[in-house]
Every structure is written in C-alpha cells, then in structure tokens.
Design a protein. Structure first.
Ligand SMILES: Cc1cc2nc3c(=O)[nH]c(=O)nc-3n(C[C@H](O)[C@H](O)[C@H](O)COP(=O)(O)OP(=O)(O)OC[C@H]3O[C@@H](n4cnc5c(N)ncnc54)[C@H](O)[C@@H]3O)c2cc1C
Length: 453
C-alpha cells in the first residue's frame, strides 16, 4: 500500500482481514492524509473533511465494523445562504445540487434576477437539448435553465464540493443525480422532480471527537501490518517475485502487488518508467488548491445571532472566501470552547489567491469578508489555517474515460499494480472506502470487479 490516507488505511484493513501480509508506506510523519483533526480554543476542529456521506453504506459500515457505530453523529442542519451582492440570500428550498425543482421558492429567495427566473422557467417548455456524450455540468444545466442558475446556484454547490468549475466538471462524474434527472425527462425540473425519494436519516455523519478517530482505529487494526511513515515512494519497478517499491529513505520493498492510493500526480511520477501510458493519463488529472481557516470569535463579536448553518459564495462574486460553515452551530459540542467558531474555505480551480497569502494576511482578509457578510464587530481571538496544495482532484469532462484508460494501461503494463483513492472514482471519504474495498477485492481475487458507481 502506498499512501496512508483513508484509502490506503482502509485497503490495508480489508487485506489484513483476509490474512494477507501488508506493508503500508506513507510519506508524511503521521497517517490519515487529508483527514486531520486538530485543536482550536480547546476543542477538536477538522482541518480537512468533517463528515462523510451517510446515504451510501461504505464509510458508515466501516465505522460500525471498527466499533465506532455509537459515536456516529449527525451535524445540525439549518438554512444555507448564498452571499450575492451586498447580502445573504437563502438557498432556495427544493433543489438538487443547486438545480431548482420548484419555481416559487426560487422567486422568493431573490437569488436570481427576474430575467434569470424567466430563463430558468423556460426549461419546462424548451424542446429536448443535447449536450454530447460526456457533457460538463454547465453545458447541461445552462442549456436548460440559463447561466444564472449555473453561476449562482449550481457552481457554488457542485463546484464547492469539488473546488472546481461547473464549466469544466463532468456531469456524469460529479453530479450523478442531475445526470439521472436529465436522462429521465426532456425538462430538467420535471426529471429531477420524478426522482425516487431518497432513504430517510441524515445525509452526512461525523464522529464524536473528530474523524481522526477513524484513522486511529484503522491504524490500530493495521497493527500487525508493516507501517512505515516518513518514507516516500519514488518509483515502482519490476522485481523478483513481482514489484520493487523504491523508497527514500530506503531500503526498497519487494512485493507481489502494489496499491497506489496517493494522488494521481504522485502515482504518475512513480510509474513513469514502468507504465509511461498510465503515467501520462495520471499526470493529466488536474488538481485545485484550497485553504481552510477556522476563526474563533468571542460571542460579543456577533452583532446579531447567526441564523442557519453556513453560506456559499458564488465564484462570480469575486470574493476570496468560497464558503463558510458556522461550526459551533453545525457541531453543538464545539460550544464547549466558549467561542463562536467559523470555518471558511478559500481557493478553487482557477483561483489561487488564498494560497499566495501568508497566514496573517489570509486571516485578516477572511475576517474582513466575514465581518462584511455577518456584521462581526471584533477580530478573531484565535485561528487555524490549513493549506491543501493540489488537494482537490478535478473530475473534468472525460474523467471517467481517463480512469478507465489508466486501469487498462496498468493491467497491460503492470498487472498487480492498482490505483485507488480520491483522484479516481469519487473524492469523498465514502467513495474512497468503496474504492479500498474494490482494490482489496482485486488483490485477493484478481479478475473483473464492478467499478464503483
Ligand atoms: C479541505 C477538505 C475538505 C474536505 N471535506 C470533505 C468532507 O466533508 N467529506 C468528504 O467525504 N470528503 C471531504 N474531502 C475529501 C476527502 O477528505 C479526501 O478526498 C480523502 O480524504 C482522500 O483520501 P485518500 O486516501 O484518497 O488520499 P489522501 O488523504 O490524499 O492520502 C494520500 C496519502 O498519500 C501520501 N503520499 C503522497 N505521495 C506519497 C509518496 N510518494 N510516497 C508515500 N506516500 C505518499 C500522502 O502523504 C497522503 O497521506 C475534503 C478534502 C479537503 C482537502
């Protein structure tokens, strides 16, 4: 296993359950990859992900298997806002990833101009539109409902989850529910309305004390495995019984099978000599950089109570921040800090301004924008900045075909070398666990295993 993020750890766990000998090599000093629970104002705060999708079984089941079932906790849900112009406007009720499925709440929200609403309503009467075999999110939504729905609703949601651009992101790879709605009916609104109701229960879950507990439990379970941190894999070459994994610092490791769970650009470097074709495809997957900044305010800083759960900031507004969660509202346990915690994100595909600022200036600018949006009267008392350089893989148009091509090239050039993780078939934690399960299945029983959906 190369990489000790959730994908590598979960793959190691599944393989250990099958009784295989596993070596896990991680470049960083600690395990967990993007999952990092840190501390601010005496409470645990997430620097990276804070929840995982609960409407699919993979991450939830893994937590239960690891004895963490009783510690799964749903975040408080509440109204979400869009910061458009000089004020926060409510995200209209009844939407699928930002695509409105009812016009009345859309009108009431005042998120679109009257002309924008009229254009969106045209979806109901326009003849069928065709957007080719693997269209972008914007191509499909824009043709049916107009540019304002893309810029002010769908890009903040779909683009927000992926730190990407609706103009570039593949609809099939990043917004499956919209793709299904588009396939179901000539009208997007009607197609999305016809979707079967989802299962009940929370959409997302976190863990009491923070997601790092999942990492810690997986690391404990991997105890019998050979886990090497602070060791960077530099290349994979053919070896005596399979493959030779070159490490810095050494020594190298001889293995039968290699599962690369590192970001695709790192895998590309390791495979340059062994499989130039797969390395070329791997290197072509773009990544965006993001910064998260959690700011702790004294309650007296709030001029008015915080309503709802957080806000999204459309790209077209040109602000530094892309989103902000009212963390102490979302996770009431954090109120033990006695502070009001706000977690802002900044940076996305095509916008590296936040990455270019030092921490002090970044916090100053983030606070300035939050003060403007929320009426904060005092600066933060403490802050925590985390930088995720090339942290978000971009599932551009053509992504799924590219991943298929990577797997085909590896099967031909380097059978027994697999890739799994956020760069490939879903970047959320749940999708990473599913890919880990699939990779472990391929290692223990090589042969066709259905790709995760
Ligand atoms: C700010 C942020 C917020 C997010 N929010 C959510 C959320 O709320 N919900 C959700 O489901 N997902 C969220 N995600 C996405 C999710 O956290 C990640 O996609 C997922 O954790 C990635 O797991 P991974 O194991 O595939 O990769 P990683 O976590 O990136 O792990 C890869 C590991 O490989 C190591 N590595 C790299 N190169 C080498 C090398 N040469 N040799 C050895 N090791 C190497 C790295 O050090 C790293 O530890 C978020 C991501 C970020 C950055």
């Amino acid at each position: 296993m190369v990489g000790g993020g959730i994908t590598g750890l979960a793959t190691a766990y599944f393989l250990r359950q099958s009784g295989l000998d596993v070596t896990l090599i991680e470049a960083g000093d600690s395990l967990g990859g993007k999952i990092q629970t840190l501390e601010l104002a005496g409470v645990p705060v997430e620097a990276g992900p804070d929840t995982f999708l609960a409407r699919v079984p993979w991450a939830v089941d893994l937590c239960r298997q690891l004895g963490l079932g009783d510690d799964l906790v749903a975040p408080a849900t509440g109204k979400a806002w869009l910061w458009i112009g000089d004020r926060l406007r409510p995200l209209p009720e009844r939407h699928v990833l930002g695509v409105p499925t009812a016009l009345r709440p859309l009108v009431r929200s005042a998120v679109l101009s009257p002309a924008g609403v009229a254009r969106a309503a045209l979806d109901l009467v326009l003849p069928p539109t065709s957007a080719g075999p693997d269209p972008s999110v914007a191509a499909v939504v824009g043709r049916r409902m107009g540019r304002q729905v893309v810029d002010r609703l769908v890009d903040p949601l779909v683009g927000g989850i992926n730190a990407g651009r609706a103009d570039m992101l593949s609809l099939a790879a990043t917004a499956r529910p919209i793709a299904d709605g588009a396939a179901r009916s000539r009208s997007l609104v009607l197609g999305l309305r016809r979707a079967a109701p989802g299962p009940g229960g929370p959409v997302f879950l976190g863990l009491v004390g923070g997601l790092h507990r999942l990492v810690d439990r997986l690391a404990e379970e991997a105890g019998a495995a050979d886990v090497r941190t602070a060791t960077t894999v530099t290349a994979i070459a053919t070896g005596a019984g399979g493959y030779k994994v070159e490490c810095a610092p050494g020594p190298h490791v001889e293995v039968e099978t290699v599962v690369l769970t590192v970001p695709s650009f790192a895998a590309a470097g390791m495979l340059a000599a062994l499989s130039p074709l797969s390395a070329g495809h791997l290197g072509a997957i773009r990544h965006a950089s993001v910064v998260t900044a959690t700011l702790a305010y004294a309650p007296s800083a709030l001029a008015r109570p915080l309503e709802g759960a957080g806000m999204l900031v459309p790209r077209v507004e040109g602000r530094l921040i892309t989103a902000c969660t009212w963390s102490t509202t979302k996770w009431p346990a954090l109120a033990a800090s006695g502070m009001v915690l706000l977690r802002a994100s900044a940076g996305r595909d095509g916008d590296s301004r936040a990455m270019d600022l030092d921490d002090t200036e970044l916090v100053r600018r983030v606070h300035g924008e939050l003060a403007e949006a929320l009426g904060l009267r005092e600066p933060p008392q403490a802050s925590l900045v985390s930088r995720w350089a090339r942290g978000f893989p971009q599932y551009d148009v053509g992504h799924q075909a590219r991943v298929d091509a990577i797997e085909a090239a590896l099967a031909a050039d380097a059978p027994g070398v697999l890739v799994a993780g956020a760069s490939y078939r879903g970047l959320g934690i749940a999708a990473c666990v599913e890919q880990a399960r699939r990779a472990a299945g391929l290692v223990t029983a090589p042969g066709p295993v259905a790709a995760p959906g």
